[in-house]
Ligand binder design. Structure first.
Ligand code: SF4
Ligand code: SF4
Length: 134
């Protein structure tokens, strides 16, 4: 049984691809410079599967500020706040903490939250513009 599994693993195609480049470069910065100069290409990531739970998108206009998403979020990603001069509460999401469980999406009564296919989110700065949604 164990040998069967081993053989299957040896001949099956990997689920991942050599992203972002085929072989580990000596210098990542060097590769990025080459890419910027058009001398090298980055492998595209594998196609995302249907219904991938990627970065959560927030429709600020649709949001009624009920705070349900904040209540159900297990990772305390969501902060409810009252913007100055506005009647309704709005939310701010710190994506670096998100576990992509989509409970907030399910809880929102007005569909102001949605999963997206965006998953390349790594950044050395957890408060980077791309990682704070509001
Ligand atoms: S997907 Fe899950 S962890 Fe991320 S903000 Fe929504 S409820 Fe929180
Ligand atoms: S659950 Fe939906 S409507 Fe309520 S605060 Fe969150 S995003 Fe806004």
């Amino acid at each position: 049984m164990i040998f069967g599994t081993l053989l299957k693993q040896l001949i099956s195609r990997p689920a991942t691809n050599p992203f972002p480049v085929k072989y580990m470069p000596k210098s990542v910065t060097g590769v990025l410079k080459k890419v910027a100069a058009g001398q090298a290409a980055i492998h595209p990531p594998v196609p995302t599967p249907k219904d991938l739970r990627g970065k959560i998108a927030y429709d600020r206009e649709t949001c009624i500020g009920c705070g349900l998403c904040e209540k159900v979020c297990p990772a305390r990603v969501i902060e409810l706040y009252k913007p100055e001069g506005e009647e309704k509460n709005k939310i701010r999401m710190y994506v670096a903490r998100c576990t992509f469980c989509a409970q907030c999406v399910d809880a929102c009564p007005v569909n102001a939250l949605a999963t997206t296919e965006e998953f390349l989110l790594a950044s050395p700065d957890r408060f980077a513009e791309s990682l704070v949604v509001e």
